[in-house]
Design a protein around this ligand. Structure first.
Ligand SMILES: [Zn+2]
Ligand SMILES: [Zn+2]
Length: 242
């Protein structure tokens, strides 16, 4: 705490959006805070998609056996938040990992698991970008939550955004893009970290790979949720059959 205050005097924290000085302990100044859109409630119990109180239609029709058990994002992927992601990934503003990692832990204090795992980049992409944006955030969360980072998830090929495809086509395209080369995951609860969740197909395939390797539970967290149209429709209790 004393060290924090000392650091703050020497290097005042800047708003991560407009770089206005002295916003500590916040990450945004009051004006930028108003412009950033947190994912609204209510959300699907499982995937965190807004608009649904219980389960969205996707979660309802896809049993969690072969995918992640839970997902939450901090922000909607638009405006200020999508600019921040672009600055982080393509502007090489690696220090934003500190902001995102801290916000994850502040807004989702119940994050809990045996290991933290970032979604990997394909090796040529990693060479080009110079860093894995998910790994940097995972490091911060690992430190705050005192939960070890785990290595071993490998991405076998490069993938392009595929939002125009159907869910079935996306899942088919991404089938086996990951392989698990790490230690046994039998019975483990894994926390998966990525920057943006759009169709959810990449996260689902990573989770499927971990579950095939024995993981008992996969909890996913992303900075931004890209709300796509047509959106999953909330279903009433009656339609869920109870
Ligand atoms: Zn600002
Ligand atoms: Zn859902």
């Amino acid at each position: 705490m004393i060290l924090d205050l000392l650091l703050e005097t020497i290097l005042p924290r800047l708003c991560v959006v407009c770089e206005k000085k002295g916003v500590y302990p916040q990450w945004f100044c009051a004006s930028c805070r108003k412009d950033i859109l947190f994912v609204p409630h209510p959300q699907c119990e499982r995937c965190g998609y807004p608009l649904s109180e219980q389960l969205c239609s996707v979660c309802l029709t896809h049993p969690k056996k072969n995918t992640f058990d839970f997902h939450r994002s901090l922000f909607l992927y638009e405006g200020v938040a999508s600019d921040l992601i672009a600055r982080y990934k393509f502007g090489k503003k690696r220090e934003l990992a500190l902001c995102f990692g801290n916000l994850f832990c502040e807004y989702h204090p119940y994050i809990e698991g045996n290991f933290i795992l970032p979604i990997p980049l394909f090796k040529s992409r990693l060479r080009k970008r110079g860093f894995n944006q998910s790994l940097e955030m995972a490091r911060v969360i690992s430190k705050i939550k005192k939960t070890p980072l785990l290595d071993g998830l490998i991405k076998l090929k490069s993938t392009q955004p595929q939002t125009e495809l159907s869910r079935q086509e996306r899942l088919h395209n991404l089938r086996n893009i990951f392989v698990w080369k790490g230690k046994s995951l039998v019975g483990e609860k894994i926390i998966l970290i990525d920057d943006v969740l759009s169709t959810g197909a990449t996260m689902a395939e990573a989770a499927r790979t971990l579950k095939t390797a024995g993981a008992k539970q996969v909890m996913a967290y992303t900075v931004c949720l890209n709300v796509l149209t047509p959106s999953p429709q909330p279903l009433s209790l009656r339609e869920r059959g109870g």
